[in-house]
Write a protein that binds this ligand. Structure first.
Ligand SMILES: [Zn+2]
Length: 235
């Protein structure tokens, strides 16, 4: 009770520098202040904040998680931040320390960015393996989707979209090993509308989203966007 009153009365603070945020014109709360937003997104990143990956290679396998060209000629990746400190630390607080408020603030930043992109028919949060979901208590991708729904009013598809395999930690694996690790990782037992946005916290190699796209493609999806809080560049 006390907590909810405090949330109503206290001004929202920037997640990075904790300056009080001014209410935006459309009354939508924002996660970081204008100065931090400028500082955290380098000019090069801003250009990349929407980019299209195409399935290009000659063997029918794309660079995106072995996704075949017939399932998806292109996906547009949209993200709010580069995955590096301090945003990297905020995402870790959100995922591993249960800071759903931080996740909501970051999702509000993503909501700003996706506004300039065409609406998909639905959002599909990347599912967690049931074991990891039990450990964590929430799926960060679902939490992001629920927050985006406030601004975007899009259906969220969760039921009958499952992660089958226990992948273990993905860190330390190169792109090829990650792609191998996630092949066949998802099963989709429902029909899927033609245009979906896959929601994730961080997009790295795209292997996970590529595998999910393949599974969604078998059930009717033809056009994909990936909406992620942050993009990690593999060096
Ligand atoms: Zn700030």
């Amino acid at each position: 009770m006390l907590r909810s009153i405090v949330q109503i009365v206290a001004p929202r603070l920037c997640l990075i520098c904790e300056v009080a945020l001014t209410t935006t014109g459309d009354q939508r709360p924002a996660g970081v202040c204008d100065l931090c937003r400028e500082r955290l997104v380098a000019p090069g990143d801003r250009e990349r904040s929407s980019h299209t990956c195409r399935a290009e290679s000659t063997d029918g396998q794309s660079a995106i998680g072995g996704l075949s060209a017939q399932h998806s000629p292109a996906m547009t990746v949209v993200f709010a931040f580069s995955y590096r400190p301090p945003v990297q630390n905020l995402i870790k607080d959100f995922k591993f320390r249960g800071r759903l408020d931080v996740g909501a603030g970051l999702a509000d930043e993503l909501a700003r960015v996706v506004t300039s992109h065409p609406n998909p028919d639905a959002m599909v949060p990347v599912p967690l393996h049931p074991r990891r979901l039990r450990e964590r208590g929430f799926n960060q991708a679902t939490e992001i989707a629920k927050r985006l729904q406030i601004a975007k009013k899009l259906p969220i598809l969760i039921n009958n979209i499952q992660r089958n395999t226990w992948l273990g930690p993905q860190t330390g694996l190169d792109t090829k090993a990650r792609a191998r690790n996630v092949a066949g990782a998802f099963s989709v037992e429902r029909s899927i509308p033609p245009h979906v946005a896959i929601i994730d916290d961080v997009i790295t190699s795209g292997a996970t989203t590529g595998a999910l796209m393949t599974a969604l493609g078998r059930r009717g999806a033809r056009r994909f966007q990936v909406w992620a809080l942050a993009h990690a560049v593999i060096r």
